[in-house]
Design a protein around this ligand. Structure first.
Ligand code: PLP
Length: 429
């Protein structure tokens, strides 16, 4: 055989180096070669081996296994965004005609998913406002309820969920509790240890940590009850007669179904490159979150004493309604995303945002850099005034996400920005 054509050689380089890298290699490939004829059939029959990145990829799986270990779950599924993680987690559990019970203190993207998107597919939702009252959760559950959903630490009001209390209510009805653990991260809080069945993350935030990628993850506790009759998609055989997820994966049925069916069919697969960056981020998670929590406490305490400040909503502060619960549930730090409300209202908030130099004005959180956003005119703009007030979002409210910078520089920056308000007496009411 002669030398192959240029175009053939161009696309058929070996790609193999024969080396053994210490860092997780980036398998940036759509698919994988089958080593022999039978390997292809075996993959399609039993899922064994690698074939196509939407179904499985070693870089993605390396991150999944690290994250599952950190959350104390039996497995994880990495997805293309936090929204994809919430969507896939819910669509694994609900079908048309089902109902979900959700904390009112949730990410606005999640509220939109429920009210605008899943509602179109016949999924009904009830919101629980007083999340510390188990009877409020209990009262919202109906015969067609299939899941309870909440955030461990919420936004915009900094509220901390007593996960054990809510999981007890869910389990009494044979229902799973799904917790969005984005704000806490598994370093500060592991919902599965408190009875949660599924954890979801926006990996775009603290897990990746550097603001470079969008990603999400589902971690499952492996607690599915195979005798349940509430989830036929998990316990009954499909149109091909293949053994059901419960028959094959037992208590791991939810994650098996999410990985094999919901995830790959809806298709929000993360890029292996993004998976690599999330994996790199996770390697320094504890160091960043420890520093961010310590910085946040310093900044929050400083803010609470400032004349221009009406209130600081941070679970780490003594006066916060959830502080006692936080001391019990968050021994390693109180997180680093919280709000501060200025006396001078929207005009003061605008002045501060325009004056800060070290803080970055953007809609993101959990970054190594400190960030600031005005929720009333951005993330919460489509709510009514009354809805905003119920969620702790006032005209003068700023959301801060504290980074790893030197705390003194953050306080300096805010002090300078507050001087910009003081330059206008009418804003210092
Ligand atoms: C950002 C965020 C999401 C959505 O995640 P994306 O990665 O932006 O899709 C979900 N939940 C919480 C708490 C978030 O902060």
């Amino acid at each position: 055989m002669g030398r192959k054509g240029f175009t053939t050689r161009q696309v058929q380089g070996s790609g193999q180096t024969g080396a053994t890298p210490r860092a997780t290699p980036i398998y940036l490939t759509a698919g994988f070669t089958f080593d022999e004829f039978g390997a292809a059939g075996a993959h399609f029959d039993t899922g064994e081996g690698y074939a196509y990145t939407r179904i499985g990829n070693p870089t993605i799986e390396a991150v999944e296994s690290t994250l599952a270990g950190l959350e104390g779950g039996t497995g994880a599924l990495l997805l293309a965004s936090g929204q994809a993680a919430t969507s896939v987690a819910l669509m694994t559990l609900v079908s048309a005609g089902d109902h979900v019970v959700v904390s009112n203190h949730i990410y606005e993207g999640t509220r939109g998913l429920l009210l605008d998107s899943l509602s179109r597919f016949g999924i009904d939702v009830s919101f629980v406002h007083d999340i510390h009252d188990p009877s409020a959760w209990e009262a919202a559950i109906r015969p067609d309820t299939r899941v309870l959903f909440a955030e461990s630490i919420s936004n915009a009001t900094n509220r901390l969920l007593d996960v054990a209390e809510v999981s007890a209510v869910a389990h009494a009805h044979g229902l799973p509790l799904v917790i969005d653990n984005t704000f806490a991260t598994p370093y500060l809080f592991r919902p599965i240890e408190h009875g949660a069945d599924v954890v979801v993350h926006s990996a775009s935030k603290f897990l990746a940590g550097h603001g470079a990628v969008i990603g999400g993850a589902i971690v499952d506790a492996g607690t599915f009850d195979v005798t349940s009759t509430l989830f036929p998609q998990l316990t009954e055989r499909d149109r091909s007669g293949t053994p059901s997820p419960a028959e094959r994966a037992g208590a791991g049925a939810r994650l098996a179904y999410a990985r094999e069916s919901v995830g790959p069919r809806l298709g929000p697969t993360p890029s292996p490159l993004n998976a690599f960056l999330i994996g790199q981020g996770i390697e320094t998670l504890s160091l960043r979150v420890e520093r961010q929590s310590a910085n946040a406490l310093i900044v929050a305490r400083w803010l609470a004493t400032h004349d221009a400040v009406e209130s600081v909503d941070y679970v780490g502060l003594d006066g916060h309604a959830d502080h006692a619960l936080a001391e019990r549930l968050l021994p390693d730090g109180f997180g680093s995303v919280f709000t501060v409300t200025l006396r001078g209202g929207a005009a003061a908030a605008e002045r501060v945002i325009e004056a800060v130099r070290t803080f970055t004005h953007m809609t993101h959180l959990g970054d190594v850099r400190s960030l600031v956003l005005h929720p009333a005119s951005t993330s919460h703009i489509h709510l009514s005034d009354a809805e905003r007030v119920a969620l702790g979002v006032f005209p003068g409210t700023l959301r801060l996400s504290i980074g790893i910078e030197d705390a003194a520089d953050l306080i300096d920056d805010l002090a300078h920005a507050f001087a910009a308000i003081a330059a206008r007496d009418d804003l210092l009411v």
